[in-house]
Ligand binder design. Sequence first.
Ligand SMILES: Nc1ncnc2c1ncn2[C@@H]1O[C@H](COP(=O)(O)OP(=O)(O)O)[C@@H](O)[C@H]1O
Ligand SMILES: [Mg+2]
Length: 610
Amino acid sequence: MPNDSASNTSRKAITSLVLDLARPYRASLMIVLAAMAVETVAGLAGPWPLKIVIDNVLYHRTMPRLASLGHWLTASGFSKMHILYGCCAATLIIALSTGLLTHYFTLSMGEIAHRFVHALRCRVFAHVQRLSLRFHDSQRTGDLTSRIVPDVQAIQDVLANGVIIFVSNSCLLVGMLATMLWLNWQFALLALSVAPILFLAIYRSTHRVRSAARAAKVSDGLLASLTQETLASIRIVQGLSQEHRQDERFQKQGTSSLEAHLRGVRYQARITPLIDLLAGVGLALVMWYGATRVMAGVLTTGDLVVFFAYVTNLYSPMRALSRLSYSYSKATAAAERIAELMSVHKEVHDRPGARSCGRLEGRIEFRDVSFGYDPKQPVLTGVNLRIAPGERIAIVGATGAGKSTLISLIPRLFDPTAGTVLIDGEDIRAFSLDSLRDNTSVLLQDTLLFHGTVRDNIAFGRSSASQEEIVAAARVAFADEFIENLPAGYDTLVGERGATLSGGQKQRLAIARAILRDAPIFLMDEPTTGLDAASERLVMRALERASAGRTTVFVTHRLVTHFADRIVVCEHGCVVEDGTHDQLMARGGRYCELVKLHNFAADVGVRMGH
Ligand SMILES: Nc1ncnc2c1ncn2[C@@H]1O[C@H](COP(=O)(O)OP(=O)(O)O)[C@@H](O)[C@H]1O
Ligand SMILES: [Mg+2]
């Protein structure tokens, strides 16, 4: 649950966002509101023809409040039948104009709501995508997804229908109140005496309904997370035969979501009969007081008809408003969740005055760099490292030494807590993020392919590439051959996790992607882990070709001495050794130990023989 100041900032964030997104529709919204106001007037006029028929056609009564109209009707010499026809025509005209106006604003408001929500969704998506990795590491993907899709949907439902019901009914309420007070204020006060109780009841129930809706939203988000996580690791779930356990977790989460929704429905169901009952009391009062006033000759029968129609009408918008309260509460809860998301700021962002760095040469320097995911637990401490343009560096060290963390500072996935990372002699924070990241290619252990064709996947880092360039890159990466053997060649569809391709094939696709991207800095994080010897050899050959002429930082637990110009040994977040394979072996230090410890001798022996 967000605390007060957090919900305050998130409220500010959503308000300014909504105002910003609504700006293009200001004019249309004004017209729609005007149409609603006119429709309200037509609605107010609704019972008047009947009143005139009763007072001026059936009985001949003067109308205290509309004396001039009465006099004019009498003086104009219209026959009773003329007045009757006129009133019938007026009823039809009122119905027709109400219908046309309603048609117009339902259409326009629906369109505005859909367009607005589309823009909102795009904005939220763009924002979430750019949030720092630290944020994403702490969030559940399913919950974020549910904020972008169903939560935004809930807002749209209320915008499309709710605004119409709310605005036109509120206008109607105010209009009827004013007219009733003007006709006979004592009568109006009596007729409305139950309204405060009604408002109080609606207000209290809305409050409860909203907290239920909020709980339901949170629960739905967790349900979406569970689904997403189960499906993302379906192989493990099925492989370890954990379907029953996941079923149980899903049912448990689903039950708490169900309970929250049912609570909302119960509150909702409780309020509707209460409104009906209070409305009945109001109508009975009007009937009793009105009839006695008519008998006393203070009011006309027509006045009573107008009052009766208004009081009936008064409670129907209230009922509509209360019926709206659950969807309104759901939308409010959804808006809160979106606001919470939008108020998270990017941790890594462009400094004011950041400039594009163009194409960099690729001279990298870590100067006294320290970093910790949690400020209290440093992962890197005082790292100093220089890498010349075009140099190939291998970073080795035990698991947890901070190797992945070290290279993630180069494309600014995180910013150091102290010290500076420089490229071509300049603090990388002086460059705009986009231009800096245009200069890096990244290859990870687990290559994720997107749902699409092989061609799309290779061109992911550079969508403007031509077919020739794509094939050329694939050829350099030794991927061309197996791609040609796929059922549809470059047009073969690969799944999200690339299940149809082997690990080595996926890595070679990713290498082709990096080659096509042609960035001067190439970062690799254990790209050959988990590959069999034959695949690894092929991937290594592809990597050698791909890294030619680029500054290459290669995190590895294998000793790839023939590949790297220099080897950097990382331990507990520090660089402990730095030199060529031969230098480090001669030193007999940590590296030498690693070589013996991990029994890489055979591997090194083979490679040293090249
Ligand atoms: N996203 C993260 N959030 C918090 N701690 C992390 C994160 N990633 C890594 N760490 C921690 O930082 C330390 C170094 O991790 P890492 O750089 O991945 O090491 P290596 O790649 O050398 O195995 C480890 O103790 C790890 O638990
Ligand atoms: Mg790692």
